[in-house]
Design a protein around this ligand. Sequence first.
Ligand code: ZN
Length: 130
Amino acid sequence: MPVSISVKSGARAEMIDITGRVQETLRQVGVKDGQCLVYVPHTTAGVTINEGADPDVCGDILARLEFLVPRNAGYRHAEGNADSHIKTSLMGNSVSVLVEEGSLVLGTWQRIFLCEFDGPRTRRVFVACK
Ligand code: ZN
């Protein structure tokens, strides 16, 4: 059974470190060895794994995405957030993380980030561990 966690974003575009929340969910579920699927059921928010030590990495990712996919570029999608949809597809909607001895197997600098592209909003993240 997946567990739903709620994450509040505070800006239109933002990368929010949810590693602690995922680890906490893993602990509650009690899986010792296996894997965790982290899935974001949204079309304008995604999830990725990248460096969490230097906040400039996330800043650079967001700045480059904005450069590649500007907010106003003559899109046809009438809702006005076509860039948010495109950025979400570039990041993806899920990541899988291995679990060993009850802990997420992440590299020294790796963190799991919810990628908000049309905030601020409250987002749901599903975590399924087995
Ligand atoms: Zn839209």
